[in-house]
Write a protein that binds this ligand. Structure first.
Ligand code: AMP
Length: 443
């Protein structure tokens, strides 16, 4: 079995990994680290949950260490661009823990908060900068940040950045980075716009592909419950009577519904909270911390707010409302079954959402097991789903299991989702709801 030291990592990094409790490298780490240590550019097709942060952070730290220079004010040596503040914070956390024995200065910049502290951190000298594109450009224009000393450029979740409309910002940022650099681009999916961005900025790159949509998704027990819109509340409460449903992420499409669901849960005595874009950054961080520590049992979130939430041990993801597209479904359910554990994903599907369900099943090429337990099963919705999708008679899996323990068995009919993550699923939407990546309306 490959170990981290086989990959050529230096001792201070190995010590940090031991402290983190990482015993063996994940597949993406095994593939990426040696090539990145050689200085190669990389196109990584991988999503969050694969260990990709360490896959790029470790070699980057080691290469920075091989050629140490004093941290300069406003002029970082490494830039990691990422779509959301949650991801930015998480990546910075990674650098902090992996680099704890190396003493580099890193900082994070993102929008939605005052810029004072970020500017002060830049002025104090910085080696590694993790940033979201909008705020970064803003600070560059104000001359608080200068990218002329960048040696390492990482574009993380490139598909998300493009989905969120950051393409022009990203291009403007990249244009100011020296051509002589090591460049990495990671993306969960590889549609043509991401590919053309990649070929424009990478040189003689190594392409690595891990298939966590498949491997992650395979460890997740997926079920759909056909239910009327009115019964969703009661169904959620019924599921939560099971103590084994202990750390739960509930997804809604809008912040309005997120708030309502959280309020109802609190009223019924469940420790719950909501996280979405209307809340201040501090409030979101507090909520997330309470969820991580277990004080909050149920976190209700919109897609954008939950992007990249990295909390280990989420036992259940519940789609209170179906996601608007298959990509979001894969992202949502990927919040459970992190780092090798298993988990369960339960989708509440009402009559209007049958089209969304079918799009998900088509794209991921898997049939989601139907669960009729708890007595809220809406037969007419199920029938409608059969009509729309043509579930073959007699093949419909009947999941009657209790919710407690995610079984280790794979749901029936499951194959890995398509690598392109189902962009075409968006064309199949029934037009309800907003794009989950549209910050203005959905988060
Ligand atoms: P990422 O894909 O970077 O978001 O990482 C997903 C999760 O896996 C994070 O919680 C990491 O802390 C964890 N992780 C990353 N690498 C390893 C490893 N080699 N062993 C165990 N856990 C890991």
């Amino acid at each position: 079995m490959t170990t981290f030291s086989d990959l050529g990592l230096i001792e201070p990094l190995l010590r940090a990994l031991t402290a983190e409790g990482y015993a063996v490298p994940t597949p993406i780490q095994t593939q990426a680290i040696p090539k990145l240590l050689e200085g190669r550019d990389m196109l990584g097709i991988a999503q969050t949950g694969t260990g990709k942060t360490a896959a790029f952070a470790l070699p980057l730290l080691q290469r920075l260490d091989a050629n140490r220079v004093k941290a300069q004010p406003r002029q970082p040596r490494a830039l990691i661009l990422t779509p959301t503040r949650e991801l930015a914070l998480q990546i910075a956390e990674g650098f902090k823990s992996y680099g704890r024995h190396l003493g580099f200065k890193h900082t994070v910049v993102f929008g939605g908060v005052g810029q004072g502290q970020q500017v002060a951190a830049m002025n104090a000298g910085v080696d590694i900068l993790v940033a979201t594109p909008g705020r970064l450009l803003d600070l560059m224009e104000q001359r608080h940040i200068n990218l002329s000393k960048i040696e390492f450029l990482v574009l993380d979740e490139a598909d998300r950045m493009l989905d969120m409309g950051f393409i022009r910002d990203v291009k403007r940022i990249v244009a100011t980075v020296p051509a002589q650099r090591q460049t990495l681009l990671f993306s969960a999916t590889m549609p043509s716009d991401v590919m053309s961005l990649a070929s424009g900025i990478l040189r003689d790159y190594v392409r690595i592909e891990v298939t966590p949509p498949a491997t992650t998704v395979e460890r997740i027990e997926q079920r759909v419950m056909f239910v009327t819109r009115e019964d969703k509340k009661k169904l959620l409460s019924a599921i939560l009577t099971d103590k084994a449903v202990s750390r739960v992420l509930v997804f809604t499409r809008t912040k309005h519904v997120a708030n309502r669901v959280a309020e109802q849960l609190i009223k019924s005595g469940v420790n719950a909270d909501a996280i979405h874009g209307n809340k201040s950054q501090n409030a979101r961080q507090r909520t997330l911390a309470a969820f991580k520590s277990g004080k909050v049992r149920v976190l209700v979130a919109t897609d954008i707010a939950a992007r990249g939430i990295d909390v280990d041990g989420i036992t259940h993801v519940i789609n209170y409302e179906m996601p608007a597209d298959p990509d979001s479904y894969v992202h949502r359910i990927g919040r459970t079954a992190r780092a090798g554990s298993s988990g369960a994903a339960i989708s509440f599907c009402d009559a209007e959402e049958v089209g969304d369900l079918r799009a998900i099943e088509r794209t991921t090429r898997q049939q989601i097991t139907v669960d009729t337990s708890h007595g809220f099963h809406a037969a007419h919705v199920a029938t409608r789903s059969e009509r729309q999708g043509g579930r073959p008679q007699g093949q419909r899996p009947q999941g009657q299991r209790a919710h407690g323990k995610p079984s280790s068995g794979k749901p029936q009919g499951q194959r890995g989702p398509r690598r392109d993550g189902g962009r075409d699923g968006r064309d199949n939407r029934d037009g309800r709801g907003e794009k989950p990546w549209d910050n203005r309306s959905a988060a």
